[in-house]
Design a protein. Structure first.
Lengths: 502, 256
C-alpha cells in the first residue's frame, strides 16, 4: 500500500479575497480589512471599534499608500486618509470557504475543510495527473474560477501539507522528505499560537529543526498539548487521518452596502457580481439555478424576502440578472436597503438522451435557457404548456412545465376546428337588453347590436363550500355576425362578456 | 423546350416546390429525348435527408397545394380576419398540425386569450404558451423563442393586444425585420395573427398573407346550438408565386 498523500489548498488573503469575490470593483481601490465587527467606513470618522482594530489584509493600492498588515485602524487612516475600511465578516468568510470547497470538489472527491483552506486526498488522484505539481496547478486553476487566489502544498500528512502551502504557489514535498523540508524552515512557518511561540522563543527555539530536537514528553509536560503536537509536526510526524466532509448544500451570496440604498439601479450594480459568484459555485457542482430568493435587509430591520421561481434551471447570468431586475422594478424596496442577499435553489440541469430518429427539436439546454429568459421577461407563471386545471370554473387556465414529447403524434391528424373561444381575461362588463324571448341585445365596447340567435343558458355552479361561483352562459350571434359568450353571474348579480368565438 | 435558355428573374424567385415541379418536367423531357437518341442517363440522385425542411404543412390540403407544401419556414406568414371569422380556430389548427410531427410549437398570446380546453391533452403538451401582457413584451418573447430555435411554428397572436405605451404607433418595421431574420436563422415559420389593423401587420415582411372571412355561423338542432363558423380561407399574398384567386372553405361540415 502506497503511503498517504495529501494536498492542502490554502486561500491566500482570505479576508480580502472573500470581500473581492462579491465586490470586485474594490480591487483597484485603497481598501483595508480590519479585525473588527463587520461594518463599512468610507471616509470621515471611524466607526466604534475600528480605531484600535488591526489591519488583516489590504489591497495593492492601499499598500502603495503605506498601509500594512498589523497597523491599527487609526494608523492606517493616518497614512491614507482616503482609505476604505471594512470589518472582517464571518458570513463572507464562510461563503468564501464554501466556494473554495465547491471549486476543489471539481478536482478531488475526498475533501476536509480547514479554517484556512481545504485538504484533498491526493493519493486517489495520482493516476489522473502527470505529477503532483500538475495536481497542484489544477487545484489552483479550480479555485481561480471562483475568484480565490490559493497556494497548494502536497505532502504525506495533513500538517506538513498545510505548512508547505504557506510557501505560496505549488509546493510538493516528496514522500519521506517531510522532516528534511521542515528542518530548513523558521519557527514562523508553523501554525502556532502567539503564547507558545513566545515560550519557545524564551527557550531559544527559533528554527523548526531546533523544535524537532526537543524531547516530546518533556515538551508536552512543560508547555502543554499544543507544544507536543508542534514537536511531532516539526519531526514530520502527523498521523491524523483525512476525514471526508460533505459539500455545502446552501448556495447564498450577499453584500453589506456602505450606504443605505433606496433606488433599484445601485442594487442591480451589486447584484450582478453576486449572481456571477453563485453561478460559478453551481457550475463547480454541475448544477443550475432552479430559482432565486432575493433578500433585502432594510434600515427598519425588516427583511424584504422575495422568491423568484424559474421555469427551468439555468446558469445564464444575464437571464438571472433580468429576473432580479424585473422583480426589483416590479416592486421597489419599501425602505432603504442596508444589505442584499441572493440564495440560489440548486437544481440539476435538464438532461435528455436524444434519439437518432427523433424529429428535430430544441436542445434541452437551449430550451431551458429560452424558458428561463421568457420567465424573466414575463414571469414564470405565464410561460409553459397550457393546462386545464381540475375544476369546472369557467375559463380556468394555468401552465405546467414545458417538456414536449419527442415522438410524433399517433396517426389521424387533428380535426378541423370549427370554433375556438377567444377568452376575455378578465371578463368585460356588458349591458344586456332582455325581452320576453330572452336576450335581445348587447352593448360592450365594440360588441354591440341586436341578438339574432341565442342558445343557453348553460349553467355551471360550484365551490359552494369555499369560494362559490356560478356561470349561466349564453352563446349569442349579433346582427353584425359577431359570436359571443355572454354569462350571467348570479353570485355577483351581473352580466359579463366572457369571450368571442373565433 | 430550350433547356439551355437563361432563366428569367421570375423563375429564380420561384419557391423551391415550384422549382421542383419545373425540374421534374425538365428531367422528363430529358429522359424522353435520351430514350429517342439511345443515350443512357445516370439515375437521378435520391432525395437526401440532409436538407432542411422548407415548409410547415398546414393540414388543409388545398391550402398546402396552393402554398407549395405549407407555411414557409424561415419566413413570416400573416393571418388576418375580422371578429368571429375563425382566426383563433385556424391558428390552433395550424399549431396542432405542425406539432404532430414531433417538433414543438409556440403561441405568443398577447391578450391571454387561449382557452386550454380547445386543445387536446397531447396538443397542449407540445405547445409552449407565453402570455406577455403587452405588445412590446410579445415581440421580445417571439424574438427569444426564435433565437432559442427548435420550434417548427411560432404563432404571434396579436388580436386583442392591449394598448402599448412603448409601441403606440404599432409595430415598427425594424421589429419585423429582426423577427424575419430570427425566423430564417431558426428555420421556423412565424405566423402573425392580426385583426387587419395595418399598425400591427407585418406588411411586406410577410412572405405569405392569409385571410379568413366569415361566411355564416352554423346553428344546429331544434333548440339551436352553436356548432361552428363557416369561413373562407384565402391566400392574399404569396411571395415568389401567384396567389390563387379563390378561397378554401373552412369549418364546413366535412373536414378540409
Amino acid at each position: 500500500m502506497s503511503p498517504p498523500r495529501v494536498a492542502f489548498v490554502r486561500a491566500r488573503g482570505l479576508h480580502l479575497a472573500a470581500l473581492l469575490r462579491v465586490e470586485p470593483e474594490l480591487a483597484l481601490q485603497p481598501l483595508a480589512v480590519l479585525d473588527a465587527d463587520h461594518a463599512a467606513a468610507r471616509g470621515g470618522a471611524l466607526p466604534p471599534g475600528f480605531g484600535a482594530a488591526r489591519v488583516l489584509a489590504c489591497t495593492a493600492a492601499a499598500r502603495s499608500l503605506g498601509v500594512a498588515v498589523g497597523q491599527t485602524g487609526h494608523h492606517a487612516r493616518a497614512v491614507a486618509p482616503d482609505l476604505r475600511l471594512r470589518g472582517a465578516s464571518g458570513e463572507l468568510l464562510q461563503r468564501a470557504r464554501a466556494a473554495l470547497l465547491d471549486a476543489v470538489a471539481t478536482v478531488g472527491a475526498r475533501l476536509a475543510p480547514a479554517p484556512e483552506g481545504v485538504w484533498v486526498d491526493a493519493g486517489e488522484l495520482a493516476g489522473m495527473y502527470e505529477s503532483e505539481a500538475g495536481l497542484g496547478a489544477a487545484l489552483t486553476e479550480a479555485a481561480r474560477r471562483v475568484g480565490l487566489p490559493v497556494a497548494v502544498g502536497v505532502a504525506g500528512s495533513l500538517g506538513v501539507a498545510a505548512v508547505a502551502a504557506r510557501g505560496g504557489g505549488v509546493t510538493v514535498i516528496p514522500a519521506g522528505d517531510e522532516a528534511r523540508y521542515l528542518a530548513r524552515l523558521g519557527l514562523e512557518a508553523l501554525p502556532l499560537s502567539d503564547a507558545l511561540r513566545a515560550e519557545l522563543r524564551r527557550f531559544g527555539v527559533t528554527r523548526v529543526a531546533e523544535l524537532a530536537r526537543l524531547p516530546l514528553d518533556a515538551a508536552g509536560l512543560r508547555l502543554g498539548e499544543e507544544a507536543a503536537a508542534a514537536v511531532r509536526l516539526a519531526r514530520g510526524e502527523d498521523d491524523r487521518p483525512l476525514v471526508p466532509h460533505a459539500l455545502p448544500a446552501r448556495f447564498e451570496e450577499g453584500v453589506d452596502l456602505e450606504w443605505e440604498v433606496q433606488t433599484v439601479e445601485p442594487l442591480l450594480f451589486v447584484a450582478r457580481p453576486l449572481l456571477d459568484a453563485l453561478v460559478a459555485r453551481l457550475t463547480c457542482r454541475g448544477l443550475g439555478v432552479g430559482g432565486l430568493v432575493l433578500s433585502l435587509d432594510l434600515v427598519t430591520r425588516v427583511a424584504d424576502e422575495r422568491a423568484l421561481p424559474l421555469a427551468s434551471p439555468t446558469r445564464d447570468v444575464p437571464t438571472l440578472f433580468a429576473l432580479v431586475r424585473a422583480a426589483l422594478e416590479k416592486q421597489s424596496p419599501p425602505d432603504a436597503v442596508r444589505a442584499l442577499r441572493i440564495a440560489a435553489l440548486p437544481r440539476p440541469l435538464r438532461a435528455a438522451q436524444l434519439g437518432l430518429f427523433d424529429p428535430p427539436g430544441p436542445a434541452p439546454a437551449r430550451l431551458a435557457l429560452t424558458l428561463a429568459r421568457l420567465a424573466a421577461l414575463v414571469g414564470a407563471e405565464r410561460v409553459g404548456a397550457p393546462a386545464a386545471p381540475d375544476t369546472h370554473r369557467p375559463h380556468a387556465a394555468g401552465v405546467t412545465a414545458f417538456d414536449p414529447p419527442r415522438t410524433p403524434r399517433a396517426p389521424g391528424g387533428p380535426e378541423a376546428r370549427a370554433l375556438a373561444l377567444h377568452v376575455y381575461r378578465p371578463p368585460r362588463e356588458v349591458e344586456v337588453l332582455l325581452g320576453e324571448a330572452g336576450l335581445m341585445g348587447l352593448r360592450a365596447g365594440e360588441a354591440r347590436g341586436r341578438v339574432v340567435a341565442c342558445s343557453g343558458p348553460w349553467r355551471v355552479e360550484g365551490d359552494w363550500w369555499a369560494e362559490p361561483y356560478a356561470h349561466h352562459g349564453y352563446d349569442v350571434e349579433l346582427e353584425d355576425g359577431g359570436l359571443y359568450l355572454v354569462a350571467y353571474d348570479p353570485v355577483a348579480a351581473r352580466w359579463r362578456l366572457d369571450g368571442v368565438y373565433e | 423546350m430550350n433547356l439551355c435558355s437563361v432563366p428569367s428573374p421570375t423563375a429564380i424567385a420561384m419557391s423551391s416546390a415550384a422549382l421542383d415541379l419545373r425540374l421534374a418536367a425538365a428531367r422528363r423531357v430529358l429522359a424522353e429525348t435520351s430514350q429517342h437518341l439511345g443515350v443512357v442517363l445516370p439515375a437521378p440522385r435520391a432525395p437526401g435527408g440532409r436538407t432542411r425542411a422548407t415548409v410547415v404543412p398546414t393540414g388543409i390540403a388545398p391550402l398546402d397545394l396552393a402554398l407549395h407544401g405549407g407555411l414557409p419556414r424561415g419566413r413570416i406568414s400573416e393571418l388576418s380576419g375580422a371578429r368571429s371569422s375563425g382566426r383563433m380556430a385556424v391558428t390552433l389548427h395550424l399549431l396542432a398540425h405542425a406539432s404532430a410531427a414531433g417538433e414543438p410549437v409556440a403561441l405568443v398570446d398577447v391578450a391571454d386569450a387561449l382557452e386550454p380546453d380547445d386543445l387536446s391533452a397531447d396538443e397542449r403538451a407540445r405547445l409552449l404558451w407565453v402570455r406577455p401582457g403587452d405588445l412590446h413584451a410579445a415581440l421580445r418573447c417571439a424574438d427569444l423563442i426564435l433565437d432559442g430555435g427548435g420550434f417548427a411554428l411560432v404563432a404571434l397572436y396579436l388580436v386583442g393586444a392591449p394598448p402599448s405605451t412603448v409601441l403606440a404607433r404599432g409595430v415598427p418595421a425594424s421589429a419585423w425585420a429582426r423577427l424575419a431574420q430570427r425566423a430564417a436563422g431558426a428555420n421556423a415559420a412565424l405566423l402573425v395573427v392580426t385583426d387587419g389593423d395595418p399598425r400591427f401587420r407585418p406588411g411586406a415582411f410577410a412572405a405569405v398573407g392569409l385571410a379568413v372571412e366569415r361566411r355564416r355561423a352554423r346553428w344546429v338542432g331544434g333548440v339551436p346550438l352553436l356548432d361552428g363558423v363557416e369561413a373562407e380561407l384565402m391566400v392574399r399574398r404569396m411571395r415568389g408565386g401567384a396567389a390563387p384567386a379563390e378561397g378554401f372553405r373552412w369549418g364546413d361540415e366535412a373536414p378540409p
